[in-house]
Design a protein around this ligand. Sequence first.
Ligand SMILES: Cc1ncc(COP(=O)(O)O)c(C=O)c1O
Length: 392
Amino acid sequence: MKNDLQFATLAVHAGEEPCPVTGALDTPIYQATTFAYPNSDEMAAVYGGEKPGYMYTRYGNPTIHALEEKLAALEGGESALATASGMAAISTAILGYVKAGDHVVAARSLYGAAYNFLNRILPRFGASTTFIPSSNTADFEKAIRPNTRLIYFETPSNPVLDIVDLEAMGRLGHARGIPTMVDNTFASPALQQPLRMGVTVSVHSATKYLCGHGDAMAGAIIGSKDYIESLSREIHRDFGGVISPFNAWLVLRGVHTLHLRMPAHCSNAQKIAEFLARHPKVERVNYPGLPQHPGHAVARKQMTAFGAMISFEVKGGYESGKKVMDRVKLFARAASLGDTRSLIVHSASTSHAAVPRDQRIAMGVTDGLVRLSVGVEAGEDLLADLEKALAF
Ligand SMILES: Cc1ncc(COP(=O)(O)O)c(C=O)c1O
């Protein structure tokens, strides 16, 4: 598939061809663990890498491969690796660069499990991370050491919606010879394509917008052909965080409508963020689509729209945050994000309950912080739901 086609065309077509045997137009779910050969020479040739082919689904599978091709095309990368979850993608992608004695520079504002991986698991293998309480490229640069092997960040970040300048980070990485890796989950390739801006690797929780319907766990890594091939050979197949063919198919199907869902998500989110910013019960709104957001100008430069994740601080702290959660009717009190349904989380009492309060506040997760994943319902209904929830 030629990559000069537009995003919507790639979302529908890339990576997929009618089945050469049956003509099935939709990609079949190859629900098979293992693949047979007509004779021993063929089998040896595929195992030896002299002939293309499939051996065992942990090493590769046609349905998974179709998803990988589609995601690489959408994000403008040479290759992609699909994984069992976003965390399988993040851990595999980081281990592709980092070994004992190495150092990582990472943003402090990160999804909790990614932070835990860098902060708790990497040190068990003799590697360390410096966390930067800022989204400024200059602050990342100051933390670089001679043994820094990776720069890792999210933009927009979870859950405080910090914006990091992708082009500036790409330039920094190239100038210092250090790979840069971004978690592109909140934006999805429909809004932001980091590799085209000079970032080395993009990772995703495909559980979110790429799947889009809240029914499959999945992850993805997009980067150069050499990097993805070496990850696949040297890490992924041995760690084993392989996506099931059925989940790969669900994500493939979800991606067919990504370009249609994202504008609906974003337009609802913009209206809700503007409503919250005017509301007397709301102390602060984190949404890059608001002109007062510190990352607004950078987000405008690097995103085609501002996404559908919002967090906001309810006046009155912890109890008020919980109260809003308890009073909504349409928003589901649920973790995750990127679903067609709108979701709400009070971070301090749920996702960040185990983080000591001072650390949590340093991460921007204040007592009354509520995070919304804005869905694709009618925007007026969502606004009315929040208006009633905040009337206490
Ligand atoms: C930004 C971000 N990255 C990664 C992950 C992890 O993804 P998964 O739950 O698919 O492992 C999440 C999960 O919420 C997330 O929000």
